[in-house]
Design a protein around this ligand. Structure first.
Ligand code: GRG
Length: 293
């Protein structure tokens, strides 16, 4: 199921930013990072939630929402490009390849990120769904990616380097930096499918639980993973003296906590979602703890 959705997203992304009006070097940098082989988790979650909300319209919905879902991946890719910059996390490797500023130059990487973020909204607005839910989903996404969401989380992350954070501070930081885009992808899937308020709430809870589990596993991979499999530098958190789940509660307790949040994600779907896409969402939550990249 997810392979099919992932391929749809991959196809859409591959055909974007080929416009001859875009300066060649900018288009090259945007496509370099966008097509570097990410998991496409956010767009696939958005599409799968929408389909699980209305299984009888699954194929039609996926086609209608695809530009919106692809926009979410563009926003995610912009955040990775900017996160890797020397003034932020200063990373040389991303998705198994040199980071954008290494492959091009710093100014081009900043502008490629800016362009991906801005153009993402143009793609999202092309979704073939009624105006009211589309406007709501665009608003939710701007909030999730913006100052009170991901960008705010990144600020807290940078400010937290070298600081001893409490568990609650780390939870809030993670919910913004990593969680906001993930739960937003799920909530927007429900909104765009015209789902009931209960389904929308359940989708949001599923995404939020998955988001925290995702960040915990990211922290764990930084400790136990190897660079070739993870596709980015590892042991980076300790080097930058970052508060992480393993550093605050230990490795074993972090694995247990990730499992707990994955179970909570699965439980959020109970009784409301059906069909193969609901099963895919449950399986995603079950498999998350064992992810290697
Ligand atoms: C620069 C505004 C701004 C925000 C950056 C996304 C982010 C916030 C930072 C990335 C660093 C990081 C380790 C974040 C936590 C987990 C995360 C989002 C990992 C990357 O997402 P994946 O694993 O990556 O879905 P792929 O490459 O598969 O898309």
């Amino acid at each position: 199921m997810s392979a099919e959705l992932r391929e749809m997203v991959e196809g859409y992304l591959a055909s974007s930013f080929l416009d001859s009006d875009i300066p060649a070097r900018l288009s090259e940098a945007m496509r370099y990072s966008l097509l570097a082989g990410g998991k496409r988790l956010r767009p696939v979650l958005c599409l799968a939630v929408a389909r699980a909300c209305a299984p009888e319209r699954a194929d039609e919905l996926a086609r209608a929402i695809l530009p919106f879902a692809a926009g979410l991946e563009m926003i995610h890719t912009y955040s990775l490009i900017h996160d890797d910059l020397p003034s932020m996390d200063d990373d040389d490797l991303r998705r198994g390849k040199p980071t954008c500023h290494k492959a091009f130059d710093e100014a081009t990487a900043i502008l490629a990120g800016d362009a991906l973020l801005t153009n993402a909204f143009s793609h999202m607005a092309k979704a073939d769904v009624p105006a009211q839910p589309l406007l709501e989903a665009v608003r939710l996404t701007a909030e999730a990616a913006g100052a009170a969401g991901m960008v705010g989380g990144q600020v807290l992350d940078l400010a937290g380097e070298g600081q001893k954070l409490s568990l609650e501070e780390l939870r809030v930081l993670n919910a913004k930096k990593t969680g906001a885009l993930l739960f937003n992808a799920c909530e927007c899937g429900a909104v765009l499918a015209g789902a009931s308020p209960a389904m929308r709430e359940a989708a949001r809870t599923y995404g939020a639980e998955l988001g925290i589990a995702f960040q915990i596993t990211d922290d764990i991979l930084d400790v136990v993973g190897d660079e070739a499999t993870v596709g980015k530098e590892v042991r980076h958190d300790a080097e930058s003296d970052k508060a992480t789940w393993p550093s605050l509660i230990g490795l074993e307790a972090s694995i247990d906590l990730a499992r707990k949040h994955c179970s909570a994600a699965e439980a959020a779907l109970e009784g409301l979602f059906s069909g193969p896409d609901a099963e895919f969402l449950r399986e995603t939550a079950r498999k998350l703890v064992n992810r290697t990249h």
